[in-house]
Design a protein. Structure first.
Length: 760
């Protein structure tokens, strides 16, 4: 358990740093604001929504507005509530305001939703059944608790994984729903129709532990405010002005929390951009910003449209694209910086050519003395980074994957490669140990310790030691069968390796090992991306003549040390790029099914399409000087070439602002045709499962090590730590058949026995 919000909280205001009659800043602090920005700063009273387009100086408006409230004496620091989405944004806001007013603004309430809600909850914890020193559970703690409840309720955790159940509960908390506001039918068939009851039991268990999770911080605040008018009134009197950043990313619980607190003085200022709402998949509700005028009658809407980042053609392209969305309040970005270059649209024959062309373009920019740190590649899906990583390694271009691991460093890729390493080299103990119990097979620490003991005693690899343990009785029968099945699988895969294409081999291994099914059953938000990465791994393998060549390539990639600092190209997902900006931006993979993402369209229909379009808008508006959009006519999906058609978003870009040179005769503005059925999942066809074969019979010849002759002879008395004392009946190399005094006759490896007299 951890509590990142634990700090001493005094309700009494801190000593006031602002003394009457003492000027804190010269009037010049408003200098440099454009007329609309100044209007947003000076619109102090009543509800205000500042629609801040990309690159329009939102942060400057926010911090100057806070400073203006202090300088004009409309509020003391402790009468301000300023809400951000990240601790980094909170620190930046605090520093900027202090610089503007000339003195630290102590005593005010500034932080993330969760930090501020935790601060309030600690003062009134008893009213919701907690103590003020409550703990905040992290995700591991939450999953452990859910697993305990599933077991207690006899719910099949394989069919209904704890992560899936927790995800349902978290979505309810995001919507401000406590268990008493739900009916059993609201949970559908999840956990056999018992997920609402599990939610209630989970909440009760949290109270018993004097703990809460992150969702509870706001949920308990809502219960507190709605059930105790005196407490809510106390905070109404305290907070004269409330400011909220990134309002388009709020969920329902956050919206309700803000609305309750704003009922006092109604001086609520929300800053956001509905066109950059891209987090619906994690609970963000775009309707919060779209309904602002309805929810807060008399609200003033101020649009920041002058962009200080991008050139005219980039802004016009982005504005023309986002205009196709229905769910927006509307604004049009403009700039005084000139038109600049048109947005380039480039079509390529395939994804490999796309990566080569972008690599060449970056090298040309580098020769023109453009710093690599001012260049970014923004992809829709994480698996797309692999092609660019491989290309950059070939070119020797330094790069960094921002907000994530490099492709071959990702957990699922390292796991899959570990399986392949064991096939090629059975003595690779590091690889074997990584996947012997992945997915979980019941091969726990005790079994691994036994494997290691045999391996060390006989000077063999762990895989061969595991083989030998399947022939004796040290392991329990069920575990012995599991282990033998795994080792026979490895023998069969090893036998197929010389004749089966490596792409087919890896598919076979991932399917038959249960590794693919493990991620298909995982209901976490990351699971679909991991499956996409596994498909991309197969695509990567198809470029090599054989499995050995591919593994050597991976070893060289992993050995390439990345400098922590330096001039490097940034590679990241579009979601990770929000809030960043670069001189030159490349946007590859604008094809139907990939972008817009097919899964988003299937899950949420029109709402999903509009969020995908907002994501495209975010990508374009990251660029300062040039933006280049690419698409390919063919893309390899899980090792198979699939025809691709250009994204519908290309047809929505305004032609006057586009430099269009696509492949396959597509032209900007030419419209959109429905794509073929998307490729989903792994191909159904699989090589037939072969009869089990041992290592000795494998076509990929791996000569077994000779088993050492044992020193024990029939009739010898020996001691075994598990089975006790017994008499050796028969000897087969290092295997002993022993009649134990109390455990019956067993087969064991001689490494586990000692002479009986020595044991005594």
């Amino acid at each position: 358990m951890s509590d990142p919000f634990a700090f001493e909280d005094s309700y009494e205001p801190a000593p006031q740093p602002l003394r009457a009659g003492v000027p804190l800043a010269p009037p010049a602090y408003l200098d440099g604001l454009n007329p609309i920005q100044r209007e947003a700063v000076e619109a102090q009273d009543g509800p205000v929504l500042v629609l801040a387009g990309a690159g329009t100086g939102k942060t400057r408006v926010l911090t100057t507005r806070l400073a203006h409230l202090l300088v004009t004496r409309r509020a003391s620091p402790w009468q301000l509530l300023a809400v951000t989405f990240t601790n980094k944004a909170a620190r930046e806001m605090r520093d900027r305001v202090a610089a503007l007013v000339g003195t630290p603004a102590e005593g005010w309430w500034l932080g993330t939703f969760h930090a501020l809600a935790a601060r309030i909850l600690r003062r009134h914890a008893e009213l919701v059944g907690l103590k003020s020193n409550f703990s905040i559970l992290d995700t591991d703690d939450q999953l452990r608790l859910i697993k305990q409840l599933l077991e207690a309720e006899n719910v099949d955790s394989k069919k209904w994984p704890a992560r899936m159940v927790l995800g349902v509960i978290e979505r309810w908390k995001d919507r401000g729903l406590t268990p008493d506001k739900l009916e059993a039918k609201d949970g559908g068939t999840v956990a056999g129709g018992r997920v609402v009851a599990l939610y209630a039991a989970y909440q009760e268990r949290l109270k018993t532990l004097n703990a809460c999770d992150f969702g509870d911080l706001l949920l308990h605040n809502l219960v507190l405010f709605q059930g105790h008018a005196d407490i809510l009134g106390e905070y109404h009197r305290r907070f004269r002005y409330i400011l909220v950043d990134e309002y388009q990313d709020t969920n329902v619980a956050q919206y309700l929390w803000l609305r309750l607190l704003a009922q006092g003085h109604r001086n609520l200022c929300c800053v956001g951009d509905e066109d950059q709402s891209i987090y619906g998949w994690r609970g963000a509700e775009i309707g919060n910003i779209l309904r602002f005028e309805h929810d807060f009658p008399g609200a003033r809407i101020i649009r920041l449209e002058q962009n200080y980042r991008s050139t005219g053609h980039i802004l016009a392209s982005a504005s023309g694209l986002i205009a196709h969305n229905k769910g927006r309040l509307g604004k049009t970005l403009w700039t005084g910086a000139g038109d600049g270059e048109q947005v380039r649209v480039r079509g390529h024959w395939d994804a490999d050519e796309e990566a080569r062309w972008i690599g060449d373009e970056i090298e040309a920019l580098q020769r023109a003395r453009v710093p690599l740190r001012q260049i970014a590649i923004l992809v829709r899906a994480g698996f797309q980074t692999r092609e660019f990583e491989d290309r950059f390694l070939t070119l020797g271009l330094p790069y960094r994957v921002v907000g994530g691991l490099r492709f071959y460093e990702r957990q699922e890729i390292r796991d899959a490669i570990a399986y392949l390493r064991v096939i090629v080299q059975p003595d690779d103990d590091l690889a074997f140990e990584r996947i012997v119990n992945l997915p979980k097979r019941g091969i726990g620490p005790a079994a691994l310790q036994m494997i290691n003991q045999v391996a060390r005693a006989q000077g063999i690899g762990q895989a061969e030691a595991a083989w030998r343990l399947t022939e004796t009785d040290e392991l329990k029968p069920k575990l012995r069968r599991t282990m033998r099945g795994l080792m026979e699988d490895f023998a069969r895969w090893r036998a197929l390796a010389p004749t089966l294409p490596q792409t087919e081999l890896v598919r076979l291994v991932l399917d038959e090992s249960g590794y693919t099914r493990m991620w298909q059953d995982d209901k976490s938000p990351e699971a679909p991306g991991r499956l996409e990465n596994l498909k991309e791994l197969v695509t990567a393998m198809a470029e090599f003549e054989n499995l050995q060549g591919f593994l050597e390539h991976v070893a060289l990639v992993m050995d390439t040390a990345e400098k922590p600092d330096g001039d490097m190209v940034s590679v990241m997902t579009l979601h990770g790029a929000k809030g960043l900006e670069f001189d030159h931006v490349f946007l590859p993979g604008w094809e139907e099914g990939l972008f817009p993402n097919q899964r988003a369209l299937e899950d949420t229909g029109i709402a999903g399409l509009e969020e995908e379009r907002r994501l495209a808008y975010v990508g374009l508006t990251r660029a300062r000087k040039s933006a280049t959009v690419c698409h390919a006519s063919r893309r390899r999906i899980f090792g198979n070439w699939m025809d691709a058609i250009p994204s519908r978003f290309l047809g929505e870009l305004p032609a006057d602002h586009i430099d269009d040179a696509p492949a396959a005769g597509f032209s900007v503005g030419a419209g959109f045709r429905e794509p073929p059925a998307p490729f989903v999942g792994f191909p159904a066809a699989r090589p037939p499962r072969q009869p089990p074969r041992t290592i000795e019979g494998a076509a990929w010849e791996v000569a077994p090590r000779p088993r050492p002759a044992t020193a024990y002879r029939p009739g010898a008395r020996v001691f075994h730590q598990k089975f006790g004392t017994g008499t050796v009946l028969a000897v087969d190399q290092d295997k002993l058949e022993i009649a134990f005094d109390h455990a019956g006759t067993k087969k064991v490896i001689d490494s586990f026995v000692t002479p009986a007299e020595r044991a005594g």
